[in-house]
Write a protein that binds this ligand. Structure first.
Ligand code: ATP
Length: 753
């Protein structure tokens, strides 16, 4: 500490002064979090600083002001532009004393830390020692004594940046989804060669104390076996594994996949290494290969979900620092519950998380799984069932169910049918697939689904069962009834889009006329890229679609490096602006045009003026994302022509209609595991009704509501549907458009550079 700070320079200034640092291992999504935090803070009038290289920057005064432009163009970049590090000095009180001095020197008393549990523990320690350290600095004569009153407390907010998804207090940590995606890309490539050569592959993924990545990638790829630290296998697992793989071979699998978490252990706490697993397989005669993914998992462009959660959390951190609510006085961990942002007491989350390593060492594995949250245990059990490792042993319950799709195809349909089949069989149901939707059901295009029919479907895009837009009507209802009676069907599960929801509501209404339908369970489950169906916050398929859109947008933006160009990009969504709003939020588009918001000549003129102003200020690129049906009159081509003509002195305009690439591709990790989870809960609902009433007759839809899977009865579901615009009356995400726009366009008074 070199400079003595006097009262003059510590005079506390309005506006608020806030700083952000990234610490510990990097993770993809840290940049969008920094961007959202910095810009939202600037909008509120705060002065924002970046602390470089984690706590090193705090100890050594590497603190730099951030401007609107310093965080421009980073939303799609992996890693962290402000650097991250591990800092030994900060672990010592003297290092933290220097940190306090440097914060006060820069008049900063709001600190956002993005890192793992270690980094957040450090932040909390700094806060708890804050007053004592200021007093020490005053006693040393380094700080003026007025600082004690001027800086009574350090406000701390924490976001968890960790690829491991290892923190309590949030469903998802920043970087975990991108890491999962990297793993899935690798496994999808490995599987094609493994199948060709009939090989066994052992894949090691990251996760020293947490098996999330191994678990989710195992579930999403239909792996044969996984090893995670939380759930060590029983003694004699080597033999069980060999027998399990053998059963798969006998039933027709051409390859085997074993995923090992780097921290995997056995019941005695001894490590289970990937090389030992390979050796075990080779000893049993397998042609076994090993792949250790390493740092590939950390890197690369953040996925849609990582950009989304990072942006929401970054914005909420600013709200937290401005909060005057008493409960916000304690340090907060900002996390996610489904698509919603949450705040929890930071140290409670850190302590619970850290207790997990102790419990693993003490071999209290049941408690470990409980503390990881309900999703972990549920995923683990689903994985074990679908991999044929842990079967319920239930005998037939004499109920037959049929699954069908309706509407456009969406990524996630095949994993859903796989889970429906295997989980259904496990619980004693006879399961059928109807090809080509309700039309196929009427034409008796049914096929019994057995365990191996769906082998390999967890990684497949498209819809093997086919899908179409026909729905029950007066012409085909009798045929549908005949088929239902012929196969003695107790339940129809429609996994699809809005059209399918209209279809199930029709079928339900026919029950008034045809009593034989009265006892039929009719359920809808959301499978559509557009996310425009009732009874759910999110539909399966939209995550993959948003990743496809972002991939295209990143490329489109890069194509403009040498020019001054405005892009008008049209995305799908029918009459629902979800894809448009979310892709804008996650790509940093300056404007998004949706039908919900509406388009007028006045708003277009304002936007034109805004873009002219931006390009005059040397901006090189602009992006407008437009939902396909945003306006009947102001079409994509009209908007392109308008901006091209009126902006031709400053910029060039390009129009791009993304089209069907949005519907295709292999499903994302999220779409694979959440479609599987949806099916698991479907059977939970049916089993419950069966146990309570002895029959299956529930009608309605199932969907994701605030992180849980909920059932909505049919009458309520129908009320939620806006048949004119084919979307729900109430849509939760509408307000996000404002956040997206606010943090993408510099306010007039802000220096945009
Ligand atoms: P990752 O999950 O990537 O390991 P992490 O935040 O847990 O991230 P750590 O290496 O544990 O990573 O911590 C990062 C930095 O945070 C440390 O180098 C140190 O500067 C600070 N830190 C961690 N734990 C403490 C602590 N108990 N007291 C003070 N500072 C700490």
């Amino acid at each position: 500490v070199t400079e003595t700070i006097t009262t003059e320079i510590v005079t506390k200034l309005e506006p608020k002064r806030m700083a952000v640092l990234t610490s510990g291992g990097d993770s993809s999504g840290m940049n969008p979090a920094i961007r959202a935090f910095a810009r939202m803070a600037m909008i509120k009038g705060a002065q924002v600083f970046a602390i470089r290289e984690g706590y090193n920057g705090l100890v050594n005064d590497s603190i730099v002001p951030l401007h609107w432009g310093s965080v421009g163009g980073i939303i799609s970049r992996g890693g962290t532009i402000i650097g991250t590090a591990r800092c030994a000095d900060f672990r010592k009180r003297d290092g933290r004393k220097r940190a306090v001095y440097n914060l006060i020197k820069n008049k900063i008393d709001n600190l956002l830390v993005i890192g793992g549990d270690g980094s957040l523990t450090g932040a909390n320690l700094l806060r708890s020692e804050w007053c004592g350290l200021i007093k020490d600095l005053v006693d040393d004569g380094t700080l003026d004594k007025e600082c004690i009153e001027k800086y009574p407390t350090l406000s701390i907010a924490g976001l968890v940046g960790s690829i491991d998804n290892d923190m309590c207090g949030t469903d998802l940590t920043i970087g975990a989804d991108t890491a999962t995606q990297r793993i899935l890309e690798a496994i999808d490539s490995i599987l094609s060669t493994a199948v060709s050569h009939q090989r066994s592959f052992v894949l090691e993924v990251m996760g020293r104390n947490c098996g999330w990545l191994a678990l989710v990638s195992g579930l999403a790829t239909g792996a044969d076996y996984i090893f995670v630290p939380e759930c060590p296998p029983e003694d004699g697992w080597e033999q069980n594994m060999i027998e399990g793989l053998e059963r798969g071979r006998v039933s027709g699998r051409r390859c085997s996949l074993v995923i090992v978490s780097e921290g995997a252990i056995d019941k005695k706490g001894n490590p289970i290494t990937s090389s030992y697993v390979r050796q075990t397989l080779e000893n049993a005669g397998h042609d076994a290969r090993i792949t250790i993914l390493g740092h590939v998992q950390r890197g690369g462009t953040p996925t849609f979900l990582d950009r989304y959660i990072a942006t929401r959390m970054g914005v909420d951190a600013v709200e937290y620092f401005y909060s005057t609510d008493e409960k916000d006085k304690e340090p907060a961990l900002i996390g996610m519950d489904g698509m919603k942002v949450t705040r929890s007491p930071l140290m409670d989350c850190v302590k619970t998380t850290q207790s997990i390593s102790t419990l693993i060492q003490e071999k209290k594995f049941n408690q470990v799984v409980d503390l990881r949250g309900s999703l972990f245990g549920e995923f683990y059990n689903i994985f074990r069932t679908c991999a044929n490792l842990q079967r319920s042993g239930k005998s037939s319950n004499n109920h037959s169910l049929v699954i069908l799709h309706s509407g456009g195809p969406c990524p996630g349909m095949n994993p859903a049918v796989r889970a429906f089949t295997r989980l259904g069989i496990d619980r004693g149901y006879k399961v059928y697939g109807a090809f080509n939707g309700f039309g196929g059901l009427a034409k008796d295009e049914l096929q019994p689904l057995d365990w191996m029919t769906v082998n390999g479907w967890s990684v497949m895009g498209g819809a093997e069962l086919g899908t179409n837009r026909s729905i029950p009507n007066d012409d085909n209802i009798q045929d549908i009834i005949n088929v239902i009676q012929k196969y003695n069907i107790s339940g129809v599960l429609m996994f699809g889009g809005y059209n399918g929801y209209v279809g199930i509501s029709k079928l339900y209404k026919y029950a008034q006329k045809y009593p034989v339908l009265k006892k039929l369970s009719i359920i809808g489950a959301p499978g559509t890229i557009a996310n425009n169906v009732p009874g759910t916050n999110i539909s399966i398929g939209s995550d993959t679609c948003l990743n496809n859109i972002l991939d295209a947008l990143d490329k489109i933006k890069q194509s403009a490096v040498a020019s001054r160009r405005l892009f008008v990009v049209e995305v799908m969504g029918a009459h629902c602006g979800y894809l448009c709003t979310m892709s804008s939020l996650a790509s940093g588009a300056e404007r998004s045009y949706t039908m919900e918001k509406g388009l007028t000549l006045e708003s277009l003129t304002e936007d034109l003026e805004m873009f002219v102003d931006r390009f005059e200020k040397e901006h090189k690129i602009g992006l407008i994302i437009k939902s396909e049906n945003a306006s009947e009159t102001y079409t994509t081509h009209f908007i392109y022509s308008l901006f091209k003509e009126e902006g031709k002195h400053l910029f060039d305009v390009r129009e791009s209609i993304l089209g069907h690439l949005q519907q295709g591709g292999t499903p994302s990790g999220i779409d694979r595991v959440f479609s599987t989870r949806l099916m698991n809960q479907y059977f939970n609902f049916l089993d419950k009704q069966l146990a309570e009433t002895g029959e299956i007759s529930m009608c309605g839809c199932i969907g994701f509501i605030n992180g849980q899977i909920e059932f909505t009865p049919m009458d309520e579901m129908i009320k939620e549907m806006d048949d004119k615009y084919r979307r729900p009356h109430v849509q939760w995400w509408l307000d996000l458009d404002k956040i997206s726009q606010d943090i993408s366009v510099a306010p007039a008074q802000t220096n945009s550079n």
